[in-house]
Design a protein around this ligand. Sequence first.
Ligand code: HEC
Length: 155
Amino acid sequence: MMSNPANKIIVMMMFVGLLSSPNASAHSGATGVVKQRMDAMSDMADAMKAMASVVKGKQEFDPVLFIQNGEVIVGHSDTLLGLFPEGSNEGSSESLPAIWQQWDDFVSISDRTKTEAKELVKMAKNGSELRPLTKQFVKLAGNCKACHKDYRKKK
Ligand code: HEC
């Protein structure tokens, strides 16, 4: 199970920053597509948090949790790219112009996120145990992190 401290540390590290809710008031002015993608991202963060609580042993293992939350991420990654029209990083947006300068790379990270989330759902449906699910979860989280590293303003 998740008693391996090294795994725990990896998971904790991945979530520092990644899932910390941004200053809500800083985003209260967001509108339109910027608001839509912030909401989509927050939704994905909630899904990741729900799975993380199982991975960290704070909640009992239930494959349904990985299926449902994995599907939330698959669903959002389907529409994510449409929420980044060129140059839409004004106001309280934390999007970097690099998104549109390196659009192909941005697209491929988004595609990978979807692929890894789909794999997680499939594994959970096929009766996978917590350990391999955790590995896949960490892989998925790595894509959130990779994209933020290059394309989201540091706070
Ligand atoms: C393809 C790139 C990409 C992927 C993949 C990605 N994000 Fe993001 N994320 C961004 C960008 C860019 C922003 C900044 C959006 C803005 O403010 O305009 C962001 C913002 C966020 C925010 C802040 C939302 C807000 O209210 O301001 C959270 C939380 C977040 N992402 C979580 C996640 C999680 C969890 C995942 C993985 C399941 C993920 N993201 C995957 C690019 C990505």
